[in-house]
Design a protein around this ligand. Structure first.
Ligand code: PEP
Ligand code: MG
Length: 538
């Protein structure tokens, strides 16, 4: 069975399916008569033995095809079925409540889940985190989402092949099915024949060869044939990603998404905790490589359960990012203090997300000045010249860029949201993903406006939306004069190969041609024809 979805992170992953969210199974609860109890317990015990037997077989095949690490997940399943306490509790429930085994399994399991969820146990939390450990995950597929939903972005930054927006894949796949995730073409094969598996193994090998070719560019400059140098930097979510960014040749960080520090926990991170995370990244990159830290961008598809965010009809248009920070200045100030303190440990810059008006920018800067004064009074070191910029992700700012350019040190264009707001297309909604068009002429003309406005004020302008790493978009953006391209670490080397292949003069001609075109699809075709090298990089 082959299922089409949205290509979210390129590469090929082969392995056994693990369902993070099982399809809902409706369990019917039936009462037993006194005489039926022992038969029911025997039926339950017999099915446990059968399940263990089947899992042993799956474990063996997984071990042979994918190695012992991959097979370990099935050993864990078997251990659960052999746990006398858990299995004993189910038999006891059947006897005590005189109910069928299915209902007893469900009830006892729910009790265990509550106990585990309540445990403040570092080990268990680490095991939960293992679920996205790069070494253990061959691929990643989801029912919902688009190319710029945050799960897709994370998969890309970790280099995990991913297909999203598959609508009902969790109903079509059972745990333990063999699947192929083709994140390059955006499709998933379930239990494919051996010939397809072999063909994909060959594709995997070819991709590895290409990767080794790219690695020759690790320490080369991101410079065009006519000697125009740009900055190729990475988007990261934590210090771990920063190491991956360096390993992939990034020249710095163009977007540090700090919200991940606030997620997956029960309370706000302290100033000290944030300071350590920012300092670690600043030091990893050193004085010569910029690290742009973005202040908290929570809301939209990123929630904090402990913050009591309002239930909104349109969260992407609602109480998020800088709006929340200006409304709750204590949260904002703690983060600003941490960023300022980290600013002396490297080449740190800072930017505000989701700015819509000049008044918001000025209000945020006023709080920043207050915090600087507090730190100075406390004799705490910070870089008082730290550059402060804004993300341009709301069309209102792109339209008014000439005014904003006078009051910022730099712009970083956030196309993930800019496309969503320009075309009024929810970036998470797979049903309307055809409308999610970064190359739409309306988006391109806003981008050109932002770049021109910044350069008129002698300010630099970067892009940290996913478009910056899109090989088809790069010649246009280079031609428009973009100074900095920030992308998932896994895209950096291919982007560098392309930049080194192009000349700025030719790219400017491409941008000029595109300027006269009126259709995203035609623009894509035109660029790919004008630069055939793009297809060699995919
Ligand atoms: C963007 O909107 O382009 C962006 C980089 O921010 P995020 O994806 O975190 O919304
Ligand atoms: Mg955004």
């Amino acid at each position: 069975m082959e299922i089409k979805g949205i290509a979210a992170a390129s590469g090929y992953g082969l392995g056994y399916a693990f369902l993070l969210q099982e399809p809902k199974v409706e369990v019917i609860r039936t009462a037993l008569s006194q005489g039926g109890i022992e038969d029911e317990v025997a039926r339950f015990e017999e099915s446990v033995s059968r399940a263990i037997f089947e899992l042993e077989a799956v474990r063996k095949t997984a071990g042979q095809k994918l190695g012992e690490d991959a097979a370990a997940i099935f050993s864990a399943h078997i251990m659960i079925l052999e746990d006398p306490e858990y299995i004993g509790a189910i038999s006891q429930k059947v006897r005590q409540d005189m109910i069928n085994a299915e209902a007893a399994v469900e009830e006892v399991t729910k009790e265990y889940v509550v106990i585990f969820e309540g445990m403040d146990n570092e080990y268990l939390r680490e095991r939960a985190a293992d679920l996205i450990d790069r070494g253990k995950v061959a691929g990643f597929v989801t029912n919902i989402g688009g190319r710029t939903s945050h799960s897709a972005i994370m998969a890309r930054s970790m280099g995990i092949p991913a297909v999203v927006g598959l609508k009902d894949i969790v109903d079509k796949v059972k745990a333990g099915d063999f699947i192929i995730v083709d994140g390059t073409d955006g499709k998933v094969m379930v239990n494919p024949p051996e010939s397809v598996i072999q063909a994909y193994r060959r594709k995997q090998e070819a991709a590895m060869t290409k990767k080794r070719e790219f690695e020759k560019l690790l320490h080369e400059k991101s410079i065009t044939r006519d000697s125009v140098q740009v900055e190729l930097v990475a988007n990261i979510g934590n210090p771990e990603d920063a190491k991956g960014a360096i390993a992939n040749g990034a020249e710095g960080v163009g977007l540090y998404r700090t919200e991940f520090l606030y997620m997956g926990r029960n309370e706000l991170p302290s100033e000290e905790e944030q300071f350590k995370a920012y300092k670690e990244v600043a030091e990893l990159f050193g004085q010569n490589h910029p690290v742009v830290i973005r202040t908290l961008d929570i809301g939209g598809d990123k929630e904090l359960p402990y913050l009591e965010m309002p239930n909104e009809m349109n969260p992407f248009l609602g109480y998020r990012a800088i709006r929340l920070c200006l409304d709750q200045p204590e949260i904002f100030k703690t983060q600003l203090r941490a960023i300022l303190r980290a600013s002396v440990y490297g080449n740190v810059k800072m930017m505000y997300p989701m700015i819509a008006t000049l008044q918001e920018l000025r209000a945020a800067n006023a709080i920043l000045s207050e915090v600087k004064q507090e730190l100075a009074t406390e004799n705490i070191n910070f870089n008082s010249y730290m550059e402060v910029g804004i993300m341009v992700e709301i069309p209102a700012v792109a339209a008014l860029a000439s005014k904003f350019a006078k009051e910022v040190d730099f712009f970083s264009i956030g196309t993930n949201d800019l496309v969503q707001y320009t075309l009024a297309v929810d970036r998470m909604n797979e049903k309307i993903s055809y409308l999610y068009q970064p190359l739409n002429p309306s988006v391109l003309s806003l981008i050109q406006n932002v770049i021109t406005a910044a350069h008129n004020e002698h300010k630099w302008v970067g892009m940290c939306g996913e478009m910056a790493g899109d090989l088809t978009a790069i010649p246009i953006l280079l031609g428009m004069g973009l100074d900095e391209f920030s992308m998932s670490a896994s895209s950096v080397l291919a982007a560098r190969a392309l930049i080194r292949h192009l000349s700025q003069a030719d790219a400017a001609c491409i941008a000029q041609m595109v300027h006269n075109m009126d259709d995203a699809e035609k623009i894509k075709e035109y660029v790919e024809q004008a630069v055939p090298f793009i297809s060699e990089l995919r």
